[in-house]
Ligand binder design. Structure first.
Ligand code: SF4
Ligand code: SF4
Length: 219
């Protein structure tokens, strides 16, 4: 893959690369370039061999296709019980197939897997509670996402989000200074209603740690 492309196997590490990616409206160029990505089958096979087989082989092999996990998945329910949205179907057609082919998969397969891993599973882990064996698609799809990312098959928004984490340490472009200012601003407002109340940041030995979605800080 040539240097300077928007869609490649490398993570975003510079502000320039991040800006270029964000300027690509709706990821139009990014997704066009994705069609040209070559799967590094050797690297994929090595990754599967190293971690996946040891961790997930049992789960992938013992699935009895009983379908008890189906109703636990809101994608299945929200899509008129579409059988392709059954948790076990989703993992069998992606990760298990990848393992079966020992990483020898093509671009179209990786794009299908990417779509499944991000658009058909939120990694909520709910199906694991319903499966008699405790097979957890959420855990496996988290891993599949990593595999896809390492090969450059990652949704445009997620590539931007991960780049923001690397560069700004927050996916909403909120840096530490902004965050501390925002907290101080909010604390002033709170003080009117609850005199003396403060919002400590990075307080050592605190009894409670409160974290929040970066979107709340941003907006
Ligand atoms: S409930 Fe478990 S064993 Fe049954 S189909 Fe789902 S994952 Fe497979
Ligand atoms: S982990 Fe994924 S497949 Fe399982 S219930 Fe949640 S969204 Fe559905």
């Amino acid at each position: 893959m040539a240097e300077g492309t928007l869609c490649n196997k490398k993570p975003i590490t510079t502000k320039e690369a991040l800006k270029a990616l964000m300027a690509d409206r709706a990821g139009k160029k990014y997704y066009q370039e994705m069609n040209e990505l070559e799967v590094d089958q050797k690297a994929l096979a090595a990754a599967l061999e190293k971690t996946c087989l040891a961790r997930f082989r049992t789960w992938l092999e013992i699935c009895a296709h009983c379908g008890m996990c189906a109703d636990s998945c809101f994608f299945y329910l929200a899509n008129d019980k579409d059988p392709t949205q059954v948790p076990s179907y989703k993992i069998q057609t992606t990760l298990k197939e990848m393992v079966r082919r020992k990483g020898k998969v093509d671009n179209a397969f990786m794009q299908m897997t990417m779509d499944t891993a991000w658009s058909k599973c939120t990694c909520c882990n709910r199906c694991a509670l319903y499966c008699p064996f405790g097979i957890d698609m959420g855990v496996m799809f988290s891993y599949v996402r990593g595999l896809c990312f390492s090969q450059g098959f990652v949704p445009w928004e997620m590539k931007i989000g991960s780049g923001m984490h690397r560069i700004y340490r927050a996916q909403m472009d909120v840096d530490t200074e902004d965050w501390v200012d925002t907290v101080a601003f909010e604390a002033e407002g709170i003080d009117e209603e609850y005199p003396g109340m403060t919002i400590p940041v990075d307080k050592e030995n605190a009894d409670i740690m409160y974290t929040l979605n970066a979107r709340e800080a941003k907006h």
